[in-house]
Design a protein around this ligand. Structure first.
Ligand SMILES: [Ca+2]
Ligand SMILES: [Ca+2]
Ligand SMILES: [Ca+2]
Length: 471
């Protein structure tokens, strides 16, 4: 039977059109908003029993759960970032380069990588070359001291000055937080935040100088301990505390402003509501880099440890040598209808643990319904101790609630250097990616791909996107 050529061409055309339709259906939020950027599918994925991180073909990424917390059946296959698992576009990083008196902000979503993304072992590595600064983004699944499992994503940027004059460079990592179920209805896109010392936050806020150890977000509006919980780790082993932490509106159509509309600078509005669509940005301000000099910044985002309900402790459960000093935050959330009046929290430590910072009893004050307050202590195991130790915090109020007690336990390893100062942060060596062919697909080979089904969609979508970007 002779095969007419026309239906084949029609099929190719249909494939091209549906690729275009898929691209414009993705990349939108809210009603009536123009897509800022086509949503892209994952091209490289790294996962384990708990989490998955995926990049698209130009290094943007999404994070979500696979099995999540093994003790929580309801946190499987949930988003931790908007777009998980297959619509990658709304979180992005910006690199600021200051050279010869000129400041340039490069949104990485606009830049074609010089190399990658490429999977190297269990890491996904993407490299850009911007104004003689080589930028390497490395994503992998890392051990989480707050859960004792490999369920946090290490997000690392390494900047190297490849030029022959000093220039300054820094990074802003902006994560579009969305905690909740994967599906057509996006839940948790306006997740409220918990920040030790600041309470639960539903309005824009920023932290400079005194950077909290963690920030976290609950899927559940009443902080259900069995819900999905996202947690960023800013201070601790392997982390580079940012110069500034910003909790902001993401910048949806219904929101009058938002951080994604600003490549770098963003002034918060403390009256602006986060609960429609929120994002977190970590700023590592530009620092001078001499020719050949390298600077690495690392942060973590993944699952939170146990906790939620009316009272809980956020603290590491498994310490890693040599950083044995840790901070523990006790939360009290008022999920009832009556205010909690004049509260205080008292920590009780076993003899193997000692208080480094914070009075044994701290003032909580009043907690109105819907609010949460916290007290934080810095704790260190005594020299030479090893094992798992439990401790508790009890909060008492004049009225509103009976005493609330939360417990936690921490596993302490025996470190060879016990007794010597351990303040030096752990530096994770930068991994040099192996050279890979350029990511661009030449037009001729793309046309060949077009004749062959699935590859056609990917090739066409990439070309379409690149041409949009160049306009
Ligand atoms: Ca992209
Ligand atoms: Ca689970
Ligand atoms: Ca969001």
């Amino acid at each position: 039977m002779r095969r007419p050529i026309f239906p084949t061409m029609l099929l190719v055309l249909t494939l091209m059109l549906s690729a275009g339709l898929v691209a414009s259906a993705q990349g939108t939020k809210g009603s009536g908003e123009e897509p800022q950027q086509a949503g892209e599918p994952p091209t490289i994925t790294v996962d384990n029993d708990y989490l998955r991180v995926s990049t698209d073909d130009d290094g943007q990424f999404v994070i979500g759960t696979t099995g999540g917390d093994p003790d929580i059946p309801t946190d499987d296959n949930k988003r931790l970032l908007y777009g998980y698992p297959d619509d990658i576009w709304s979180s992005f990083a910006t690199v600021r380069v200051i050279a010869n008196g000129a400041t340039n902000d490069y949104r990485l979503l606009d830049r074609v990588p010089a190399e990658g993304p490429v999977r190297q072992g269990n890491a996904i590595i993407t490299t850009w070359l911007l104004d003689e600064i080589r930028v390497t983004q490395r994503l992998d699944l890392a051990f989480n001291v707050y859960t004792g499992r490999e369920d946090t994503v290490r997000i690392q940027y390494t900047l190297t000055n490849t030029g022959d004059s000093t220039r300054a460079a820094g990074v802003r990592s902006m994560l579009d937080i969305a905690i909740g179920r994967v599906g057509p209805v996006v839940e948790g896109d306006g997740a409220p935040y918990f920040v030790p010392g600041a309470g639960n936050l539903t309005h824009e806020a920023e932290f400079t100088g005194n950077i909290p150890a963690i920030w976290k977000a609950f899927e559940s509006l009443d902080f259900d301990p069995a819900s999905t919980k996202g947690q960023g780790i800013l201070v601790g082993p392997g982390a580079t505390p940012p110069d500034r932490l910003v909790l902001a509106r993401w910048g949806r159509f219904e929101q009058s402003d938002g951080i994604r509309l600003h490549a770098w600078d963003y002034s918060i509005d403390p009256t602006a509501d986060l609960t429609v669509d929120s994002a977190v940005a970590m700023y590592w301000n530009p620092q001078d880099l001499a020719p050949g000099e390298t600077r690495t910044m690392t942060t973590f985002y993944g699952l939170a440890g146990p906790g939620g309900g009316q009272a809980w402790i956020d603290a590491p459960v498994a310490l890693r040598c040599p950083d044995l000093t840790f901070s523990a935050t006790h939360w009290v959330a008022n999920t009832g209808n009556e205010p909690f009046i004049n509260g205080s929290s008292t920590i009780a430590l076993p003899e193997e643990l000692e208080l480094i910072e914070g009075a044994t009893t701290q003032t909580l004050g009043d907690i109105v319904p819907g609010a949460a307050r916290s007290a934080t202590w810095t704790i260190k195991p005594k020299a030479g101790v090893e094992g798992t130790f439990s401790y508790s915090v009890t909060s008492r109020f004049d009225t509103g609630t009976e005493p609330l007690t939360a417990t936690s336990s921490v596993q302490v390893p025996l470190c060879p250097e016990v007794g010597t100062p351990t303040a030096t942060p752990v530096v994770t060596p930068a991994v040099q990616p192996t050279p890979t062919p350029p990511a661009e697909v030449p037009e001729a080979s793309t046309l060949l791909l077009l004749a062959s089904g699935a590859g056609a969609l990917a090739g066409y979508a990439r070309l379409r996107r690149r041409s949009q970007r160049d306009n």
